[in-house]
Design a protein around this ligand. Structure first.
Ligand code: AMP
Ligand code: GLY
Length: 445
């Protein structure tokens, strides 16, 4: 019997819990809010912060009662929770601190790619002085992007032409990042702005080999038509052929090669990377380029790929832990998937509708053939309450995108409360617009 410690309580972790359970594991969960979905699948759970201090004193950890651990979110990985658990004899699907830095520092990631001559590279410049960044930007004549070096959950990045228009506004924001230490440091990266379509490639890796998952496209903007503030992701889709409507098998192979080179570079640097690596790419006129690399599954992207995984997730976990990933075939069903997140009204603004009851008819959702994954909700006295983050997600699975999208939409009808969701995600018009945009971009190059 496999006893697994699962760290995290989002939609991503509910999907991981579901995959572990299907693989025959017994789950011991740690979560900051009681996620009713994870609680139901678990043998036992503890509610508390996802900090090293809290987790190291849990009985399951102290007495090594679990066989391995899966860490869902980036923060504990970046903090070194894998190191702590491994020191206690519990192997972890997830990188140690010296490898999780690939997400923890965008500067590290860009330097690694530059040093090792990895493809998919963009021009970038790092500053720690307001005067220098201003001098530089006054001379810089290409559209640019401003990023805090540290982690901001995708919410600290500002793109020219998108979040700000003039150089002046850009300079002002770059200075603000430094003054307020957005992302935890006063360092800021200026990157050349890439134009194209974004997508996600997630891989399993044992530090040597890697196995790719179906590609996913997620939608970061809060409102329909890709408007409004950036969020953790409002929904996502994947196709039955595991590619995307605007992307070829060759683009997939080039993206895999980039991640393969990153994993090899990490090994050469003495930072062997084990677990899940998430590549966020932009398909540009010149091909795939890296936007960022994350040290975990994506949320929502985990909910697209894990439910259609044919190979037992527990077996894949062991093959990662035992450095035997090359010996296992990791297969996914040829199905399309659509994830739609339900969020509190006002999510993305400073005042989302928190502590409001959400009514969820689990039976009806199941009857529609959809999956339901809970995220940042709190279960109290048999009711489900919103927090300030994304509440729950539905997943439609089908033989094609249209089928999957319709299933997700039908499921959404059985959820009510002070909530919001993006109905446009994965609709035909949206997909056609993307195909057209990419075609024009490639023609122009
Ligand atoms: P990140 O936190 O690095 O994932 O950035 C958040 C979002 O900003 C990405 O999803 C992109 O939409 C956008 N972005 C980041 N870097 C660039 C870039 N160099 N060019 C264009 N867009 C970017
Ligand atoms: N969906 C974006 C992320 O997980 O980083």
């Amino acid at each position: 019997m496999n006893k697994v410690l699962l760290i995290g309580s989002g939609g991503r972790e509910h999907a991981i819990a579901h995959a572990l359970k299907r693989g025959g594991a017994k789950i011991y969960a740690v979560m900051p809010h009681k996620n009713p979905g994870i609680a139901k699948l678990s043998q036992d759970y503890a509610v508390g912060p996802l900090s090293i201090g809290f987790v190291k004193d849990l009985e399951w950890v102290k007495f090594r009662e679990v066989d391995f651990a899966v860490i869902g979110p980036e923060a504990p990985l970046i903090e070194g929770m894998a190191d702590m658990l491994e020191e206690k004899g519990i192997p972890v699907v997830g990188p140690r601190k010296n490898a999780a830095i690939i997400e923890g520092s965008k500067e590290f990631m860009r330097e690694l790619m530059k040093k090792h001559g990895i493809g998919g590279f963009v021009d970038y410049y790092v500053f720690n002085s307001a005067k220098k960044v201003e001098e530089f930007l006054r001379e810089y004549d290409k559209p640019f992007v401003i990023k805090p070096v540290g982690v901001t959950g995708g919410k600290g990045v500002r793109v020219m032409g998108d979040h700000f228009q003039s150089k002046e506004e850009g300079i002002k924001y770059a200075k603000e990042v430094m003054e307020k230490k957005i992302g935890g440091t006063s360092r800021v990266i200026i990157e050349e702005k890439m134009v194209g379509e974004e997508y996600t490639l997630q891989v399993f890796t044992d530090g040597n080999d890697l196995k790719g998952m179906p590609l996913v496209q997620d939608f970061k903007r809060a409102y329909e038509g890709d408007k409004g503030p950036n969020t953790g992701g409002m929904g996502s889709y994947s196709l039955e052929n595991h590619l995307l409507p605007f992307l070829t098998g060759e683009d997939y192979a080039r993206s895999m090669k980039i991640l393969e080179d990153v994993i090899a570079a990490m090994r050469r640097e003495g930072r062997t990377y084990k677990g899940i690596m998430y590549g966020q790419f932009m398909l540009t006129a010149e091909g795939p380029k890296i936007i960022e690399i994350n040290c975990r599954f994506g949320d929502p992207e985990a909910m697209n790929v894990l439910p259609i995984m044919k190979t037992n997730f527990v077996d894949v976990a062991w093959s990662i832990l035992e450095n035997k990933l090359k010996d296992i075939v990791v297969e996914f069903e040829n199905k399309a998937t659509v994830v739609k997140y339900v969020v509190p009204e006002g999510y993305g603004t400073p005042n989302p509708a928190k502590n409001e009851v959400i009514k969820v008819n689990e039976e009806r959702i199941k009857k529609e053939g959809a999956l339901l994954y809970y995220a940042s909700v709190d279960e109290r006295g048999g009711e489900i309450y919103t927090t300030t983050s994304r509440s729950l997600a539905v997943v439609g699975i089908g033989n094609n995108l249209e089928e999957a999208e319709k299933t997700a939409e039908r499921a959404l009808r059985h959820i009510s409360g002070k909530i919001y969701m993006r109905h446009d995600i994965a609709k035909r018009e949206m997909i056609e617009a993307k195909i057209k945009r990419m075609k024009n971009l490639r023609k122009g190059s």
